[in-house]
Ligand binder design. Structure first.
Ligand code: TXA
Ligand code: MG
Length: 307
């Protein structure tokens, strides 16, 4: 693997059916040509991901997205407001060849997102087509937010790894399905309130796991057991504090800033896993407002509280 590669080398590797480790503003992805089923199969294999869990198709802009997905008025409004950025829209598929069946897990819908990271944008422009890119972790593990973590997870399967520095958001994109009712399938940096301000109330049945196939299993999990909403660490536990709940160990954000906590979350879970002699990880309470909804969602899944 070449981890000092440039954009042109990465685009050439993708054209040749290879995989590329790709920085985005949310987390690092493992990218393949969306229309190349053999390349997409390598992505599932590299992650150890079940093939019923579909992938997100990444586009440079809304014009590219309109060519493959059916945009209604709600989709137009959300894309205009939040693209490029950390929002994924699940829409009816319009061009089944552009995003192969395997990438969509055979569904007649497609998840589409325009990432804001300049390296991701440059690669999409140079490649000139759609890229599917799941988070670059092995299935079930915390998503990588640095090049080193991405390479440690799935680098062995990638032809090229692009360095984009640490991801500044640190949690995967918000996923909204706009099929019949609008549903929040995965909370993220674009918050429920921001979405509802533009398209009205989201359906209450939003945690419907069947509609979000990738969310059925324990996810984002460190190796050590995780205890949430802890007042203080017990003997043997590595502490992840928040705000004034400091102390020894890590603090997700000493100032109690949710954006900072989101950016640190996965890297700190990985670091806590490596602490000498640790038997568990405990995390201070995180407020459930705004971006806190996404942080608590990832923590509950990492702890195995959501099956
Ligand atoms: O921030 C992100 O979205 C990152 C970066 C790399 O862009 N990507 C990412 O991909 O998180 P992944 O594959 O780890 O998560 C995609 C989620 C999964 O929960 C999957 O089930 C869901 O999107 N998804 C994809 N296509 C879908 C579809 N057609 N219907 C419902 N859910 C879908
Ligand atoms: Mg993932």
């Amino acid at each position: 693997m070449d981890d000092h590669a440039d954009i042109a080398e990465a685009a050439a590797a993708l054209k040749a059916g290879g995989l590329v480790i790709l920085p985005t503003e949310t987390v690092y992805g493992l990218a393949a040509d969306a229309g190349d089923a053999r390349a997409v199969a390598k992505v599932y294999e590299a992650k150890g991901r079940p093939a019923f869990n579909p992938l997100i198709a990444h586009v440079a802009d809304i014009a590219m997205a309109r060519r493959i997905a059916v945009f209604d008025d709600r989709a137009e409004r959300l894309a205009a407001a939040f693209w490029p950025g950390p929002l994924t829209l699940v829409l009816p598929i319009a061009d089944t060849a552009a995003v192969c069946d395997l990438a969509r897990a055979g569904l007649d819908t497609v998840a589409v997102r325009a990432p804001a990271h300049p390296v991701a944008q440059a690669l999409l422009q140079a490649f000139g087509g759609l890229l599917v890119a799941p988070s670059a972790n092995r299935s079930g593990r915390p998503s990588p937010t640095t090049l080193a973590d991405a390479v440690a997870e799935t680098g062995g399967s990638a032809a090229v790894a692009l360095d984009g520095g640490p991801c500044w958001i640190g949690l995967e994109s918000t996923v909204v399905a706009l099929l019949d009712e609008a549903r929040l399938l995965r909370p993220g940096a674009v918050t429920r309130a921001e979405i509802e301000a533009l398209i009205g109330p989201l359906s209450e049945a939003d945690a419907d796991a069947k509609r979000s196939p990738g969310r059925l299993t324990r996810h984002y999990a460190p190796n050590l057991p995780l205890r949430l909403n802890a007042e203080e660490p017990r003997a043997g536990e590595v502490w992840l504090g928040f705000g004034r709940k400091g102390g020894s160990g890590f603090n997700l954000s000493p100032d109690g800033d949710l954006a900072e906590a989101a950016a640190n979350l996965f890297a700190y879970l990985r670091a806590a896993d490596l602490a000498d002699g640790a038997t568990g990880i405990s995390v201070a309470p995180i407020p459930d407002t705004g971006l806190g909804e996404a942080i608590n969602d990832r923590l509950r899944r990492a702890a195995g509280y959501i099956g």
